[in-house]
Design a binder for this molecule. Structure first.
Ligand SMILES: Nc1ncnc2c1ncn2[C@@H]1O[C@H](COP(=O)(O)OP(=O)(O)OP(=O)(O)O)[C@@H](O)[C@H]1O
Ligand SMILES: [Mg+2]
Length: 253
């Protein structure tokens, strides 16, 4: 049975889809069978981030409305043979319920080790539907007070026994070192939940981070897999004399 994990975060644009896509790639690189499921129905973009938007023929809504079988809606990733995307491009004629999605998942999940669910922003019906389909949650937050506040509200909604862990995204080591940005550890302690990982602000993260830029996501995948908590250190390069120089160069860039 697959681990079904919703990637949520309250605030829009904090990096939920980016984390979902790249964590999926990193888990598939560890030879896991991974399904990425877009439950941001209507504002979906997981297919775009995964660069499979040209291959979409059927999607989750087609499966639910019986226009195709689940396997016809999967799109295989070109570089990772065990990674699949289930897009959700169409707007449904009727409201899609969590029960309908769970029925689809129950037909699929034996074929996967992980199902990562991309959640819409906010804490209303789309959020509740996505959360209801998962057994675990990853809350993505950026080191800004407004994002931390939204993440806190999201955590309050994730009641019950759902295991939750936190990913702090878009950390700028230079700003943390100069005291201008909250550190990931401050964010973890403000939210008071398990840390899963830290991701640096990265100019290349626009699409899926593959090859050399993947280290922080690989660490995230290994933490998720092995229940560890090794944190990617974004600040170390900006400490000491050379670090001060790097900070200065970055500021003037
Ligand atoms: N670590 C990062 N460094 C740089 N840019 C990032 C990082 N993480 C995400 N981004 C960028 O931020 C933007 C928003 O990311 P993304 O779409 O993943 O957020 P989201 O939480 O899924 O948004 P929405 O709430 O609209 O679904 C994208 O342009 C993405 O490339
Ligand atoms: Mg998104």
């Amino acid at each position: 049975m697959a681990r079904k994990i919703v990637v949520t975060g309250g605030k829009g644009g904090v990096g939920k889809t980016t984390v979902c896509a790249n964590l999926g790639i990193a888990l598939a690189r560890r030879a896991h069978r991974v399904l990425l499921m877009d439950l941001d129905i209507g504002l979906n973009n997981l297919d775009v981030v995964m660069q499979v938007e040209d291959k979409v023929v059927f999607d989750l809504v087609d499966v639910i409305e019986n226009r195709c079988r689940p396997s016809q809606a999967f799109i295989a990733d070109e570089s990772q043979p065990t990674l699949y995307v289930m897009p959700s491009c169409h707007l449904a004629k009727r409201q899609i319920s969590a029960e309908q999605i769970k029925r689809v998942l129950s037909r699929l999940e034996d074929n996967f080790d992980y199902v990562l669910i991309d959640c819409p922003a906010g804490i209303d019906s789309g959020f509740r539907r996505a959360v209801a389909c998962a057994d675990e949650a990853i809350v993505v937050v950026t080191p800004h007070l407004s994002s931390v506040r939204d993440a806190d509200k999201t955590l309050a909604e994730l009641t019950g026994n759902t295991p939750v862990s936190i990913v702090v995204n878009r950390v700028r080591g230079d700003l943390v070192a100069s005291g201008e940005m909250l550190s990931a550890f401050e964010v973890f302690s403000l939210l008071g939940r398990n840390a899963l990982g830290v991701l640096p602000e990265n100019d290349d993260v626009n699409c899926n981070v593959r090859k050399d830029k993947a280290a922080p996501f690989d660490l995230l995948a290994s933490n998720l897999d092995d229940g560890k908590c090794e944190i990617f250190d974004c600040v170390a390069p900006y400490k000491g004399v050379f670090g001060k120089l790097r900070r200065k160069l970055k500021r003037n860039a």
